[in-house]
Design a protein around this ligand. Sequence first.
Ligand code: G6P
Length: 614
Amino acid sequence: MCGITGYIGNEEASPILIQTLKKLEYRGYDSAGIAVMRNGKIFVRKMKGRINSLEETLLENPLNGQSGIGHTRWATHGEPSDANSHPHTDSGGNIAIVHNGIIENYVKLKQSLQSRGVVFQSDTDTEVIVHIINYFYRSGEGALLQAVMETLKLLNGSYALAVVCSDYPDRIIAVRKDSPLIAGCGAAGSFIASDVPALLEYTRDVYFLNNGEIAVLYEDHIELRGNDGEVILRETARIDWDAGSAEKNNFPHFMLKEIFEQPKAMENALLPRLKKSALNNPVVDFDEIKLDESWAAARRIVIAACGTAYNAAVIGKYAFEHFARIPVAVDLASEYRYRNPIFDKRDIFIVISQSGETADTLAAARLMKQNGARVIAVTNAPGSTLSREADVVVYTYAGPEIAVASTKAFTSQMMCVYLLALELGRFRGHIADEPYKKYITALSAIPAQARRILDKKEIIQRFAARQYNKTKMFFMGRQFDYPVSMESALKLKEISYTHSEAFAAGELKHGPIALIDDGTLVIAFATQKELFEKMISNIREVSSRGASSLVITCDRVDSFNTITDEIFTLPKTEDCFSPLLSVIPAQLFSYYCAVQRGNDPDKPRNLAKSVTVE
Ligand code: G6P
């Protein structure tokens, strides 16, 4: 999980590499480095710490040259240190590489290289690659490309790699397997990067490399080759994302900007799927999915995902069961892939992933496919591995999400699963016309309601300023409020590093209540009207044991007034859709706690946005 970048063209490479790396910093940020070629020599500058520090050293002591490669690291093998930072070079300093991924058999390869006298400079798995390339290159296997291809045959694991060699100043060789990589050609030259936002400033025409494909970058063109070296002719894909969507604009952090983009993101997920029926009534209709006999006959829906996407999957379970009366099994993708799951071809298989690159989610999707399933992917990333491997792709259209902690991707994932559940419920005859209309009207109102919540952000900001240093923070709710509690607890721990947990409020007496004391904050979601009385009792139970509390509700504010420290009132919607709104104050709360604690909410410690390794 790192970011790699490369440039060859008619401008200075260092500033371009730094700019593109900054756009990839969300992928890892414990060290950074670049290698630049000039006059047949490779110059490396790399160090532990953020890209800003690297940029500062480069300003003091520039590296000039018009081609180079760059890396921002999230350490897996070897602690963050100058020596373990990328690029890594061979002993003579003639070849340099950057790598995102994990070489699983690196220990054996390292031993074999050491027995041939190679001295290693780092503890990384990556360094073996550059020494093997050098070995093949020097031992007369021919051109650099041939040496790279020979090297790949020895590597087990995942990689997106970029290679430069001082004998070939006119090119950069890049290749990927199970780690993302795109290549694009623009007015200033040719580029590679781990993700689209890095290149938006330079080009909109990119190749999404397939597994095993090699891109050879020249100043004025890119040559694509297959894993046997054969030339591949393919059109580039056009990216129509707005470049500003990958900038902070006037927000202090990407996370806050993305929280504020949620009304738009939900609209983007909703509007393309709202059509008019023959009678001019609004209906949900996914162009991507044609409901046919297999949907009518389906006995079960299986959903796999990780992290925040998993929480959206749990909302999906509640929504599909509520609207379509079909049982849903939800799994963490990391569990699903190893627990020998039961397959029934009549089931409907869905995976959810913002990035479309999460290793466990991809493995779950592949397992489903190996067992004959048709896989539906809900993803935000056009061109991602998942979008290319799935049989059906439902895009969330949230636009690039840069902050590590997911916000707008989550609400747009929820919007997509709600719409799918509604469409399926109607198709299977479980929703009559009147309630159907009512649901569509309620969903259509959500983006504007979300804007009203954001207008009240100061309530949450003030509450966070009072509560941020509590050592334990718990979230509780019932029914649709339970998965929202899970997502809220995840958000808080990710960026504020506060110990937080979620529990179904009915479980309070089965354990969590033992943890409640006057150092605890409990955030209670109370949006399910039938369960109001139960929630009131639960809140009394925690308040009477000294906990501070915040109630997020849409009604009966008077009932909560005397038993809680703060109430956040949501606009009224159907109970089942409340997660689309209630998660927003919880996201704001996490954000403001992180800021109060002096953390960088965009780049939380130890986390990366896209977990492309196990
Ligand atoms: C990481 C990110 C989370 C994300 C999860 C799943 O843990 O930090 O924000 O929810 O991966 O990612 P995906 O791209 O598959 O949705």
